[in-house]
Design a protein around this ligand. Structure first.
Ligand SMILES: Cc1ncc(COP(=O)(O)O)c(C=O)c1O
Length: 426
């Protein structure tokens, strides 16, 4: 042991490894961090004083330093998950290496991806006849992969468009099959979901596509249409409400979700697809978009976004520990009600344009009656550590994205701020 320092907050020990490399040892959890010779020298001089922030090893995030991040995605992640990842970052269990460094085909990563899949299956009660795929390319790549895998170029498919993500999915499908918009809320600026009885579906549509939660407009399906073609299936983009509430997977042929809102970092896209729909990809389908290739290889055909999958696994584990998606939904309803009530009770100072019956539990858009106050609202909110409240550039106004990981305290603080702002500007 080269030196001992006990005056820093973490009770740091400077040690030497058998190879004579300096290591920084943190008590009480005994994590060791290697130091370059230069860093070791700097450390040995300065460890009895306060270290510059950038040099200070930290296994604890100061939660008071974290903001309430209302971004639509990438979005806030559960603090305990981030801290767990932080403590695992340097060495994962007994592997001697970080998750980022391990072979995706080795036993350690296999155990990570297998647990992530098993936990997701448990959370959503995914039946055995559905495959769970961890893919790349975001939800946007699925806009092409879905028609390429589920139909042939001359097949008709239906799109029910309740926002701009559904519209983008439709436009991409035009390259690979014959999609039809059977309903669009565009002329009303996407504020509702139609009554399903009043929408005529194409009799031979191979699938009916919906976006279960339109992230930008805050419109969420509370129940789901049934394809009128008995051989057709329902396909849903659940990017922004995935794992926010229980879902009956058997109602869908395919569910897909980019991870970066509710379940992990960007870079992972999860596809849950009924197994009998796999294996009929159009001949032009790139290998990376072919569900059969990924299903046959347990999502390990090529190098997967391993660290992102590991992070999703930590989130799934956390959601199970919270009691599963029924419990998660209760919390989400409580948080969303608090915010919508504050908007509705503001006597028009704030306004949410979305029809009440389909207001999203995840993304809450609202405008200020005096739109000239928007910049002040955002500036003052930021001072209170309430960040990323600006609405999407295509709609303006405000939007608070309140995914699973947004704590109730974040909503309470936002609501208190909104009331205070109103009292000063009404
Ligand atoms: C509902 C929905 N679908 C698709 C996407 C596109 O996701 P990605 O950026 O992962 O391609 C988004 C992104 O915000 C989204 O909110």
């Amino acid at each position: 042991m080269a030196a001992t320092a006990s005056t820093t907050p973490h009770s740091l020990l400077l040690q030497k490894s058998p190879q004579n490399h300096a290591f920084l040892k943190l008590k009480p959890n005994s994590t060791t961090l290697p130091l370059t010779p230069a860093a070791a020298k700097r450390f040995s001089i300065s460890c009895s004083a306060t270290l510059p922030t950038q040099d200070r090893p930290s296994l604890q995030t100061q939660s008071q330093d974290r903001v309430f991040n209302f971004a639509a995605g990438p979005a806030t992640l559960p603090e305990n998950v981030l801290l767990k990842a932080q403590s695992d970052l340097y060495i994962w269990r007994d592997s001697g290496m970080s998750v980022m460094e391990m072979s995706h085909r080795g036993k350690h990563f296999r155990s990570i991806i297998e647990k992530a899949e098993a936990d997701l299956r448990a959370l959503l009660n995914v039946p055995e006849d559905y495959a769970v795929l961890f893919l790349q390319g975001g939800a946007t790549t699925q806009f092409a992969a879905i028609p390429l895998n589920l139909c042939q170029p001359d097949d008709t498919v239906d799109y029910l468009v309740t926002g701009s993500w559904g519209d983008k999915a439709f436009k991409e499908a035009q390259k690979y099959c014959k999609p039809k918009v059977i309903w669009s809320g565009k002329s009303e600026n996407y504020i509702r979901v139609p009554s399903f009885d009043g929408v005529e579906q194409s009799p031979n549509a191979k699938y009916l596509h919906i976006c279960a939660n339109e992230t930008i407009y805050g419109v969420e399906f509370k129940d789901y249409p049934v394809p009128s073609n008995p051989n057709g299936v329902l396909v849903a983009d659940m990017s922004s409400n995935f794992c926010s509430k229980p879902v009956d997977v058997t109602k869908f042929g395919l569910i897909y979700a980019g991870a970066q809102k509710n379940v992990g970092p960007s870079g992972v896209c999860i596809v849950i697809v009924r197994k009998d729909l796999i294996g009929n990809a159009q001949p032009i389908t790139p290998v990376m978009l072919d569900y059969k290739i990924h299903a046959d290889n347990n999502s390990l055909y090529n190098t997967p976004p391993a660290f992102g999958i590991y992070m999703c696994g930590l989130v799934f584990d956390d959601l199970l520990k919270q009691g599963g998606l029924h419990e998660v939904e209760k919390k989400n309803i409580k948080k969303a009600s608090l915010l919508y009530n504050a908007i509705d009770e503001s006597k028009g100072f704030y306004r949410c344009p979305v029809e009440k019956s389909v207001r999203s539990l995840m993304n809450v858009p609202f405008t200020l009656e005096k739109s000239e106050l928007e910049a002040d609202f955002l500036k003052e909110a930021a001072k209170e550590k309430l960040l990323e409240l600006k609405g999407h550039r295509s709609v303006g106004g405000m939007r608070a994205s309140i995914y699973n990981a947004m704590p109730l305290a974040g909503i309470e603080k936002l609501v208190a701020f909104m009331k205070d702002f109103q009292s000063r500007h009404a």
